[in-house]
Design a protein around this ligand. Structure first.
Ligand SMILES: [Zn+2]
Length: 314
């Protein structure tokens, strides 16, 4: 069984309303020694499927035998999550570009420093849970520095970014501390979001993380073999250039999109005109992010993400 459960609330500053700015973490310590697995959610405050999954994971894990320690940071950016915002409302910074942080910097930089000191520097493996927002839905897992661990989550599509490719910068993400400074395994999961029931996505996050914990030997049980997986090295993020109703026309996530098929179109809510037809850029692509309902978008919002099947591997 779990030997001990602790709630940890290190304070890093004081808010203007007088309340303490704290990290809220939960530590599950097993009977047996082993590595510490850190699991975090909502580093982007409008991507909360991971935070939902951590609630369920805590209730499952607290009844299980654990080898080592699990450290949960369910809401990495509380002020952003409370307002459903990607950026921290106090300084409008992207917390996930501010690592390793600065104790004398702006609010997000202080928060990043507190997360580095109290979480990222205290763990041996990191699982960072992201999702789509309340508009698009996303489904893939990054391969950063531990391919086997990334695969054990069990998603169909994985993405191995090519660092020097134009537009691909991970400077200041949690990876700056976990991989660059400390050399520990780090996996970023992107799953869920959209104006659709989140229950099946949250369940897949829970099941995927439990499988990773079995793979790592933190909990007992057979590792569920992954489905047939595709690893892409290139992803195109395609944004609508017009605001209006974004109507998806593409295949479901994880499915191949052929040359000539449209991703979607933007229709004016006012004149009913088709303002834009959105094409995918590759000969053959695989759907990674999409809108699953007719959503109102601004020009330049997240529209679609497609993986390039050319150069993709099993
Ligand atoms: Zn994110």
């Amino acid at each position: 069984m779990v030997k001990q459960i602790n709630k940890l609330t290190p304070k890093f500053t004081t808010h203007a309303d007088g309340s303490d700015a704290t990290l809220i973490m939960h530590e599950l310590i097993g009977e047996q020694d082993g590595p510490t697995i850190g699991i975090s959610g909502s580093i982007h405050g409008n991507e909360n499927a991971g935070s939902q999954a951590i609630v369920d994971l805590f209730n499952i894990l607290k009844t299980m035998p654990i080898k080592g320690r699990i450290l949960l940071l369910p809401v990495a950016n509380p002020r952003a999550m409370a307002l459903n915002r990607r950026f921290t409302p106090l300084d409008e910074l992207n917390l996930n570009r501010e690592f390793p942080g600065n104790a004398n910097g702006s609010y997000s930089q202080q928060l990043a420093r507190a997360i580095s000191t109290n979480f990222l520097e205290k763990i041996d493996k990191h699982i960072d849970l992201h999702s789509g927002t309340d508009r698009p839905t996303v489904d893939y897992v990054y391969i950063l520095n531990d391919e086997a661990l990334s695969r054990s989550f069990g998603s169909t599509v994985l993405y191995r970014p090519v660092e020097d490719k134009e537009g691909t910068s991970f400077d200041g993400t949690t990876k700056t501390v976990t991989i660059d400074q400390r050399g520990i395994s780090s996996v970023v999961v992107e799953l869920g979001g959209g104006i659709v029931d989140q229950t099946p996505y949250v369940k897949r996050v829970v099941d995927g993380v439990l499988n990773m914990l079995r793979f790592l030997g933190t909990i007992e049980g057979e590792v569920v073999p992954a489905p047939k997986q595709i690893v892409v090295n290139e992803i195109a993020g395609i944004r609508p250039t017009q605001g209006g109703w974004l109507e998806p026309l593409c295949p479901p996530l994880g499915q191949v999109i052929k040359k000539g098929e449209l991703l979607g179109r933007v229709v004016s809510p006012y004149t009913f005109e088709v303002l834009e037809e959105i094409k995918h850029p590759y000969e053959n692509g695989i759907m990674i992010l999409s809108h699953l309902s007719r959503n109102l978008v601004e020009s330049g919002d997240y529209g679609f993400m497609v993986g390039n099947m050319e150069g993709a591997t099993d």
